[in-house]
Design a protein around this ligand. Structure first.
Ligand SMILES: Cc1cc2nc3c(=O)[nH]c(=O)nc-3n(C[C@H](O)[C@H](O)[C@H](O)COP(=O)(O)OP(=O)(O)OC[C@H]3O[C@@H](n4cnc5c(N)ncnc54)[C@H](O)[C@@H]3O)c2cc1C
Length: 402
């Protein structure tokens, strides 16, 4: 179910395993996706897919403001390439691996597990029978059950692709996080923090996006738009032309689904968003082949396997004990970050990017094995100033965000 990045990734790998797949989505799989997806270039190089980047930046920096410097410089240089997917190329490449499978254009309204088989019922009245249903219908899926865990923190962002009176970031530059708070007054600084994510697209077109990493309740688009305008005007930058506006809202710490349910999920529906960064597409590309292979092996071993047993095989790979532990650590980290005020958050990220590049990039991509992740988190604790260490241990309950 679905035709977003998660659905295309998993369908492609299931088809490549020679399995019989029926795909259902509310729109055609080649309809352009509404979001632009970014990723560290190395993640794609390791998958042999770097040619799918539409933009790539070598000059990648962050700013943490108010005298926070790293090695004496205000701009923290990441020395690590970042890219944006060429959406069309990514969609085409995945659809090619689906062997041009036809999608059924329909919206799923109900899923019933009938012992051996699962029945998927659509709004049109069409019913499909399958050995296993895989829900890749995004973060808001109603078909996947998960424990209630209180309010969920959401990443929210408001962005503009456009032309400006003068460059909002340096030419040829990508800014991962600009946390400089000089456009905020004292009372605004007590509000939940946000940062600028921005890049030069060339030909005098730039993308600027005010982003709140995670907040519950989420920051509103109006608040973010106001912050973006204040940030730009403080630097004497005006928006001359809006080519595209992006409104971004998705959950960061959705609880993991129950792993004994008879419907499997992939992507947002399976809580695969990285709880500390909000990234997911790299994880989809890395994890889809292993999941599809496991399902193919299970079916080859026991062709009459029922829905529940087959789903369990899938859940065990998708959320193995190791990945569950890593997810818990990231969730713990996010809870701590959400309790930090803006000054502490800026100091935290400045320290984070002092870690060796392999450590911080592996942390952000979720490619470090558990023992290494623990070592990196301990290293981060060790190199942090005392006020950050205290925040990591106890959280900062005085913050406006708790
Ligand atoms: C604005 C924005 C920017 C983001 N940027 C990045 C980024 O730069 N890098 C990154 O890694 N991640 C990013 N993310 C996070 C994450 O990668 C995306 O949310 C991603 O789109 C989730 O993929 P998905 O396929 O699980 O769900 P979706 O992309 O939401 O796709 C769901 C699909 O299911 C279909 N569907 C829904 N309900 C039904 C139904 N009942 N029946 C049939 N079909 C249905 C929909 O039509 C759609 O095709 C971003 C998210 C947002 C919102």
């Amino acid at each position: 179910m679905g035709a977003g990045p998660a659905a295309l990734c998993i369908v492609a790998e299931l088809v490549q395993q020679g399995l019989d797949v029926t795909a259902i989505a509310s729109h055609t799989p080649d309809k352009p996706w509404p979001n632009t997806y970014g990723i560290w270039a190395e993640e794609l190089e390791l998958l042999g897919m770097a040619d799918l980047l539409g933009h790539r930046w070598e000059n990648t920096v962050s700013y943490f403001g108010n005298g926070i410097t790293v090695e004496g410089r205000e701009a923290v240089e990441h020395n690590f390439d970042y890219g944006l997917f060429d959406q069309e190329a990514l969609q085409k490449a995945l659809l090619k691996r689906c062997n041009d499978l036809d999608w059924n254009l329909d919206t799923v309204k109900e899923i019933q597990v009938l012992g051996d088989e699962t029945e998927v019922i659509c709004i049109s009245g069409n019913r499909y029978k399958a050995r296993l249903a895989i829900d890749a219908s995004g973060h808001r899926s109603h078909f996947i059950k998960r424990p209630y865990h209180g309010p969920v923190a959401q990443q929210a962002a408001y962005g503009v692709v456009g032309r400006f009176s003068c460059p909002p970031v340096n030419k040829g530059q990508f800014v991962l996080m600009d946390f400089r708070p000089d456009h905020l007054n004292e009372s605004e600084r007590k509000q939940p923090p946000s940062f600028l994510y921005a890049m030069d697209f060339g030909e005098d077109i730039y993308f600027v996006e005010e982003t709140s990493l995670a907040c519950s309740p989420p920051m509103t688009f109006d608040q973010l738009k106001e912050r973006l305008n204040a940030r730009l005007s403080k630097r004497g930058v005006e928006i001359n032309e809006i080519i595209h506006e992006e409104h971004c809202l998705f959950p960061m710490n959705l609880p993991l689904p129950y792993r004994n349910q008879p419907v499997l999920a992939f992507g947002g529906a399976a809580s695969m968003v990285h709880p500390a960064s909000g990234y997911m597409v790299g994880a989809l590309l890395r994890r889809a082949p292993t999941l599809a292979k496991q399902l193919a092996i299970a079916l080859a071993k026991e062709p009459s396997l029922d829905s529940e047993s087959l789903a369990r095989e899938g859940w065990n790979v998708l959320w193995s004990p190791e990945l569950v532990q890593r997810h818990r650590l990231y969730q713990f980290g996010l809870r701590r970050l959400m309790s930090f005020d803006e000054k502490r958050l800026r100091a935290f990220f400045a320290t984070f990017f002092c870690l060796p590049r392999k450590d911080w990039s592996g942390f952000l991509a979720n490619t470090l094995p558990l023992h290494k992740l623990i070592v990196v988190m301990m290293k981060l604790f060790w190199i942090s100033p005392w006020e950050i260490r205290m925040g990591m241990i106890f959280g900062m309950t005085t913050s406006t965000q708790e």
